[in-house]
Structures are given as structure tokens and as C-alpha cells.
Ligand binder design. Sequence first.
Ligand code: GLC
Ligand code: CA
Length: 554
Amino acid sequence: MSKQWFKDAVVYQIYPMSFQDSNNDGIGDLNGIIERLPYLKKLGIDVIWLNPIYKSPNKDNGYDIADYRLINPEYGTMEDFNALLAQAHKLNLKIMMDLVVNHTSDQHDWFQQSKKSTDNPYSDYYIWRDPKNGHEPNNWLAAFGGSAWTYVPERKQYYLHLFASGQPDLNWENPEVRQAVFDIERFWLNKGVDGFRMDVINLISKPEGLPDVPEPVTAGKTMDFVADGHRLNEFLLQMNEEVLSNYNTITVGEMPGSTPQDAIKYTGLDRHELNMVFQFEHVLLSPNPDVRLGKWNDQPIKLTELKASLNRWQTGLDGQGWNSLYWNNHDQPRAVSRFGNDSPEYRQRSAEMLATTLHMMQGTPYIYQGEELGMTNAGFTRLEQYEDIESVNFYHELVNEKHIVDGKTMLKYLAHMSRDNARTPMQWSHNHNAGFSDAKPWYAINDNYSEINAEAALSNENSTFYYYQKLIKLRHEYEIIRYGTFIPLDPQDDEVYAYERKYAGKTLLVINNFTAKTIDRVYPPKQEGTLLIGNYANDQGRKLRPYESKVYLF
Ligand code: GLC
Ligand code: CA
């Protein structure tokens, strides 16, 4: 297996708005991140991925960019960014930017020009179509509710937006658009940033002729229909040839709907497109049985299904591509609440068990801010507590407009699945506002901050923080963790997730009890190697305690 630095790295994701406020306006900012770099260094990570920090009206928290070359004033200035980059590099930490180029904000100058007429230099920067029989050009639905088309009287045409109407899709068929995107990439790479996380990059090539989606139409079905278009490989290859190959970058493409076969097409070692993709299979495993409700549900994921999915990605990409490993991010509920057990009794063990399961796999692990503390879902019970455009829009659409679900049930679904669960401020200490800000934070802080916070974790050598630190250290130390071949064990076991890794004559055995029960298991080869890490003090052999994890090396 070829060795490249992105394969040895552990990435930490920062949601700037909610990380650390330095000037007490209640909003996290770049100087706040600078203050916390020593914390990240202590954790041991290699790369920071920053969610978008560019100028934006924030209809979708920065995923609607109005100017790709300006810092949003609430986060600071370009000087602050330069300082952050320099400080990070001094500490040997790399920085990955979020590149959102499937769409821009409707406030972007390109769109402001484009919508004026059909014959200006930007008219063809977006996807415009004439009405069809006085209606939308096709039946596509937007990811944040409603039709994917919005009418503009000036042009007497509709424009396409796969997300909110304030997020018009760029027309990648136009070679000028591609060059404009490549220029943005060069701007940031020339500053010294180390790579990009590319937002919904598998949506940039739309199906020829923009045909209707076969019934039933939901936003998710539209997404699947559009994903992995016929020119995607070509566009990514061009980007790589003209830009990325001239720099030493780390790249990950966010790709909803991708299969392992797709991922090999984009990350294949001989392809020169992307280093890895964020796949969605494992986080979409418990859809509502009513397809009209899509991802909105309150059901746990069946362990056997989770294993089947992750195992397929592990074995599917081995030697051919490279996995990204994640449980959660700013679009997903908190890992411990969704895949583990966030009751006070079990949250620490189950957070550590989940960490072990993921960090011993082949791929590049991503840690979402606060995951290393075992931060949990927000526990919201009222609609007014939600801020995210997706949650709020879907509540209104599914409850009030379409009457598919009642309000009380939908609130349960939001509590389980809303993106807002991940967006509450980082819990730094038990002090006022969890040490995030002296002013009223832009968003509610989770009530449990007096128990779950960084200060408490750092002063307790048995905390989840130090468990993550150890996992990261082990990955850096042992080639078998980075490069070993993945072998699933007992795929039918619905209580334990066990697997092996093999490398240079050695075996790593990874055992994770996904239940709150004490159970009994024996694994070949007999458990007599060295215990590299575990989340209980003394090894009890075949007896597995609630949410116990152990990793042996033979
Ligand atoms: C990605 C982002 C998400 C955003 C969407 C539209 O999925 O991660 O936060 O809302 O793209 O840009
Ligand atoms: Ca601030």
C-alpha cells in the first residue's frame, strides 16, 4: 500500500461559530480557535478542518457563500486568518478549508449579475431554464424543502437550487465557472492552506437534459438521482490536473449517495482525483419506514446493519482507495447519543467504545469538536429551540403543510436527528456559558456542561479526552492500525462489533460490546496478545462488560 501523509493523519473538525468566542459577542471566531490550538495539539491531531468562514448571509450557516475571498466579519479578518494559519503551522497542524462550490449564495455577485438578464457575462454561471407549461422545469425537490426551482421575473426563468433558494447551483458545464472555482482554490492554496473538504461535490455534474425523478419524489430521491453525474470524473480530474496536483494537499469529497464502487472511481490510487470521500451509508441506516419522511425517525440503528455497511466500505476500498472514518459532524446528531448510550451511567464508556471501533479501522479518522469529551445531543423539546434551516423547514412542511406527521412525533424525530444537536457551543468548563463566551452565546448550551466539559476532562487522567489522545498516539505508532487489512468477524452478532487487522505477520484484534449488558465471547486467536488499549481497568478475558472495548496485538 502506498504511504501518503493524509493516510497517517487524524483530522479534527471545527465548527467556528460554536467553538470559542474571543471578543465576547457570543459568536465563535478565528482568534478563539488560535487560543485553543494548544488544546488540539495536546489531543494529538494532525489536521484541522474548518467549516466555512467566508462572507455569507448565513442562511445555511456559511454554506451559502457571498464572497470566497473574504472572511465573514463575525469570525474576524484576513489578518486573523493569516495568524491562525501561521500559528497552526508552527505547531505542525495543517488546515483544511471547506470548499462549497456546488452552489453559492444568492447574494454572491455572480448570481446578482446572472439573474439580471440572459445576456450578461454571468448569465450562464447558474442553471436557468424556461418554465414548462407555466410551471417548474422538472419535479426535483430541494434538500431543505419545496421545489428545487425558483422563478425570477427579470429573466422569466427558473434557477436550480438543490438546497435552499438562497443557494443557487453553479453551472459546471460552463468552462468559465470551472476556471473561476479553480482560481478560488489557488487563492487559498497560495496562502498556504493544506487542502479542502469539498461540500456535496458529487452533485456538480447534473444529468443531461435534467429529466424528472421517477416517483416517489422526495428530496433524498432527487439527491440520489442527481449524484455522481456523467461528467463528475472529468471535472474532478481537470481540477486535479490544473490545481491540486501542483500542491501537497489533503482532499475529501462529501458524497451523499456514493457506494464503495463510486468511491473507488474518485479516490482510486491511479485516478488522481480526490484522496477520500465522506460516504453517508452508515449515517442513513435508519430511515423512516414512511419514505415521505426520509431521514426523520427516532429509531436506533441495528448493529448488524451498521457492521455490514462499515465492513463493506472497509473491505471494498482496501488497497484500491482510502476511507474517511466518522461517526458525526455538523450535519449529524452526536455520536454517543445516536450509536452509543448517552445516559449518565454509560455515556463515557460508550463514547470510548465508539471511538475504539472507528479509530482502529483503515482510513483517516475525523473527530468532530466535543466528540473527544463525549458531548451529547441537545435534548431540545420545543420547535423554538431549533435554528437549522433543514429542521425548521421540514417541521413546517411535514407537520403543517402536508400533515404527514403530528407535531409531537416530529419533535421526537428532531431531538434524535436534527443537525442542531451538533451545533451547540463547545463545552470548555463548568463556568458561566461553559467557558465559550462571556456574552449570551448565539445558540443554547447543552445543560450537561457542568459535568461534560474540557476542563474537567483535562484534569482527570481517565477521561474520554485522554482515551482519544491514546487512540491517536497508537495510530501514529503502529503501521498495522494505519495500513493493516481489515477482516470482519461474526457479522451476525448483534451485540458485539469485532474485527481483525493484519499486517506484516501481525494481527490486531478489536472487540467492542455495543450493549449495556455483560456478555461472554471468545475470539480466535485466543486472547493472549498484548492489550494495546481498553476502556476498563482490568481485562476479564472472555467476559465483556457494558460498552467494553479492547484491542489486542498478536
Ligand atoms: C453539506 C454541508 C451542509 C450543507 C449542505 C449544503 O451537506 O455539510 O451543512 O447544509 O452541504 O451546502
Ligand atoms: Ca466572537
